[in-house]
Write a protein that binds this ligand. Sequence first.
Ligand code: ADP
Ligand code: 2DT
Ligand code: MG
Length: 212
Amino acid sequence: MAARRGALIALEGVDRAGKSTQCRRLVDALREDGHRAELLRFPDRTTEIGQLISSYLGREKNLEDHTIHLLFSANRWEHVPMMKEKLHQGVTVVVDRYAFSGVAFTSAKGNFCLDWCKQPDVGLPKPDLILFLELSPEEAAERGNFGNERYETSSFQEKVLQSFYCLMEDKTLNWKTVNASKSIEDLHREIKSIAEKTMQEVQNKPLGGLWT
Ligand code: ADP
Ligand code: 2DT
Ligand code: MG
């Protein structure tokens, strides 16, 4: 019998919903329980492509909209061989944003259709679970001001949220919405329980391809 594989779990949601906090908590808790788990974040600003993305987000560099979209996708593809290897070795991979952020942010620019935005990410490892951390713009605002990076305005974030809702209509993906206004601890417990259930369910199932 084939060895059990790890699960691919993506966290998505609006700015300040608590994605990075919960990704870290989840990976730490899974490890404490003896699971093998690793955290990846997209964009990964440490690679050459990631540095280009980072300078774009930091407004040091201007890039044409299609170009930056493809770079975000390339930044995921450069991690795919490593992700597949880990998953097949039984490591659960938790990703802080994934292709859904890619599509939601570019399509929020207005002159892009959802289908074009999805194409570069077709065939990426398909997440076994996508946790959408839902938080109202009012509650997000209470968690502090926006930073100075590109996309960090409330009008743009509202458009991003609408694009996320369009993507969530795809029932071939395992979206689970969680209420991100709960305390860090309560949300962590809920996320951990959903993640563990998914890890159990997929361990003997093949890894899928996204949007294929
Ligand atoms: P994201 O990665 O989604 O942008 P972060 O995890 O960086 O969000 O959290 C944004 C801010 O909100 C941080 O200051 C964090 O400490 C705080 N925060 C995260 N989760 C909660 C929560 N459940 N309740 C209150 N504040 C939170
Ligand atoms: P953080 O590093 O704070 O998460 O912000 N983005 C992200 C895109 O536009 N396309 C993508 O494919 C991804 C993964 C979301 C990163 C910013 O980059 C945006 C916010
Ligand atoms: Mg974050």
